[in-house]
Design a protein around this ligand. Structure first.
Ligand code: TZP
Ligand code: MG
Length: 224
């Protein structure tokens, strides 16, 4: 199989953007404020995830978040909704298993946009790779309350198995671990071969989101 990066054209090399922040509701801190904080801390990849909001609210918030991301040179992706990603002219979309097929999303958004897909098993990875996604979100690492209807937990062993199988089968693409990741998990997770992490709670639940983001980025750099 080929390296996905050979036949796509996102302007950014996703292997080199190892931290993705996934937005969530936080009492007293709006989503734009969250995004401003993580960008200030050095995060360069934001996924707008607003599971409880209607289309209008997502668009309204997305316009503001996109401008913050642009100002900081951060990628701005939208969760689930290809049509909202299109309307906002986002950098891309992240698609779960119940969302639009990535090939269809590609047809709609074009080759310059980033399309990511959720995976829980090696079979999912093979499917997503064949559907020409630019990166995958692989998880959950462990239990988290951020996502409802969580897929089976992978743990370190799960990541190791899947990443080994990817290497064996020649599947090379950026892989972000996701789901319940705490600070002490980061190095062991990276050691399995994943190329980055996607975080919500760990950053969101910190009083100083910018500072925590900076700390995490330092840890991700050590790996390089
Ligand atoms: N998918 C699996 S976990 C998750 C998504 C979108 C949210 C992030 O999890 P956490 O534990 O809040 O970092
Ligand atoms: Mg989804």
């Amino acid at each position: 199989m080929h390296n996905r990066m050979e036949n796509t054209t996102p302007e950014v090399d996703l292997y080199h953007v190892p931290l993705q922040y996934i937005t969530d509701h936080k009492e007293g801190v709006s989503i734009p404020e969250q995004v401003e904080a993580v960008c200030k801390g050095g995060c360069r990849w934001v996924q707008l995830r607003m599971k409880e909001a209607d289309r209008e609210e997502i668009i309204r918030t997305g316009c503001v978040v996109k401008e913050i991301c642009r100002r900081h040179g951060a990628l701005f992706l939208v969760n689930d909704n290809v049509d909202i990603a299109l309307e906002l002219d986002a950098d891309g979309v992240h698609l779960g298993k119940e969302d639009m097929n990535p090939l269809e999303a590609r047809r709609i958004l074009g080759y310059s946009k980033i399309i990511g897909g959720t995976c829980n098993t090696f079979e999912d990875v093979v499917d997503r790779f064949r559907q020409q996604v630019d990166y995958i979100g692989l998880g959950p690492f462990t239990y988290t309350t951020t996502k409802k209807r969580l897929s089976p937990i992978l743990g370190l062993e799960g990541y190791q198995k899947i990443m080994d199988a990817c290497r064996k089968e020649g599947i090379h693409l950026p892989v972000h671990a996701i789901g319940g990741i705490r600070e002490n998990d980061i190095q062991p997770i990276l050691n399995t071969g994943v190329t980055g992490i996607a975080l919500s709670s760990l950053l969101k639940n910190n009083k100083d989101m910018a500072r925590k983001t900076k700390d995490i980025i330092e840890q991700l750099k050590i790996k390089e």
